[in-house]
Design a protein around this ligand. Sequence first.
Ligand SMILES: [Ca+2]
Length: 370
Amino acid sequence: METSTATTGTSVKEKSDQQVLDGSSIMELVENDEVFSSFVDHKFKELDKDNDGQLSVKELKPAVADIGAALGLPVQGSSPVSDNIYSEVLNEFTHGQQEKVSKTEFKEVLSDILLGMAAGLKRDPVVILRIEGEDLLEFIDGPSYDEEMLSVFSQIGCSDDASLLDCIVKAFGKLTVDHGMPPCSDSWVMSNIVEPALKSWDGYDEGVPVSKITFLEELKKVAKHVAQNLREQPVIVAHSENTFDGSGIKRFLSNKFELDRSLNAALQNVPRDRHGKISTDCLRVVLDEVAPSAGLPPIGAVEQIDDVVADVFRTAHADDGKMVKEDEFKKLLTEILWSLMLKLEENPVAVSSNCVVHEPLESSSSILQP
Ligand SMILES: [Ca+2]
């Protein structure tokens, strides 16, 4: 999965060739008791290889892998972060200790997981776009091309000593689904759409520095080839937009029980001195631990959020390495969360993520297939 983030809060234009996944079909499945029961019966029977009426950890593995795929996780074994989520999903079923899971337990947990997924999709629907070159052509022949691309030109620093080819490749990296372009961060898109277009481009490097006029003209030529390649091999992109407006932090802070539970869990592995005091240097690490519960992305995932966090820490002089008692530490962290919430309420951060779908959607996850 390739994900790119962008600062712009622009939404994808309404198009006829798009499909919206907003969780409503999952809700329908889970809420219709008759349909869901037969779905569970079927799944359970399929998974219960030895027919003993219970699912062992081994028998649960394919279901966990399917849930991971439906959540958009990479396959197991590819990263410690996602593997951690896989083991959490498995723990949900086994409550961390049981060896076997009954059908009733399987049904309950599956329903919770699916409802959670549906709620996530309802909050941030995923739009499935079919990108086949037309919108890209429309953009390059449209009235905003010159202005937008000149701004890209200055952003990518082409006035320095970059070659024309470098500038063009970098410019493609800045084009988004709003311009009718699938994300170039996806290696398939790069090698099947962009690189062949660059090969058939007949432009040449006039040497550095690259002039604005040359850049605009030559980029347009390559974009035409790209549009042609997209027409021959359309790319399916799952597009979603999240807005971080502090509401997740607000919910988190208002749930005292959840807040305590989450802080205590995060503080378990934090180093302490012999008086049990904790260094304020650990505030960032602990903040990252509680981030998912507060509806925040992990550190390093969204640059604009990292900036807001850095700003809050700077103003609060929070990570000065002072040794504080646990209560004081929790209080400091809560204050940081408050400041973050206020800042995001004032200036929400919108992030759009685009992920190329390489398999037909229907087969990407079988957990939702009755
Ligand atoms: Ca079994």
